[in-house]
Design a protein around this ligand. Sequence first.
Ligand code: IPE
Ligand code: IPE
Ligand code: MG
Length: 253
Amino acid sequence: MKSNLIKDVILNPSRLPSHVAIIMDGNGRWAKKRLMNRVLGHEQGSQTVRSIVTAAREIGIGTLTLYAFSTENWARPKSEVKALMMLLKKFIVSERQTLLKNNIRLNIIGQKHKLPQDVQNEIDATMALTINNDAMLLNLALSYGSREEITTAVKKIARKIESRELSFEDITQDLISDHLYTKAMPDPDLIIRTSGEYRLSNFLLWQAAYSEIYISDTLWPDFTKDEFIEILKNFQERDRRFGKVTCSTSNGG
Ligand code: IPE
Ligand code: IPE
Ligand code: MG
């Protein structure tokens, strides 16, 4: 994919974050401001997803994780949950060929088994079709909650100890990481949250230990690739110390 995006801005390709994670928030407020139904905000938000996935691929981000539906979001009104699932299915189907063409692999983090069966089927089809793509990994966080993820990991480890596949001494930070949905992925270097909320809302709590955090006031449907690039530039100016006193020379993972 050829683009003039990188040459137009001063992004240092050697200091790109390996993994960017985004809490896509503000769809409801975007709709409310226009006296529209919240669902129309989600619909507009899915257009933003399209443009940011393309932008991330053009820029050369290795892993992009998008928080699309949390374990807590099931408690929203039934009609909103239903509309979100419908939009999700539509997105997965409509983007299938684009993901394939752009060499993007789709993956899900979260309780995929809790999604409606028809949504799961479309996800499985797109995941299978894109399994060998290696230019970018697109993680959709669906029915994702960090506490659920960690609890499930602890249970899996406990079972392995019970069956003597593992021993108590085998429990390390790496072992725990290897039992999370993000197994084998770099931790997010950068977490962006839109809509001006200063919280993580149960997102990647373990993985965010040393993530750089950027809060944007922009509501997700209004978020653009230009702002995304500005945020990446801001990231590249940061000094990641990881608890040490020396200045880092590299921001990337
Ligand atoms: C984010 O937008 C999308 C989801 C959580 C599914 P919201 O729906 O949370 O929008 P606000 O926060 O109400 O504006
Ligand atoms: C976080 O947004 C979840 C997603 C973006 C999918 P929420 O809107 O659910 O978070 P809170 O309720 O403001 O913390
Ligand atoms: Mg919200």
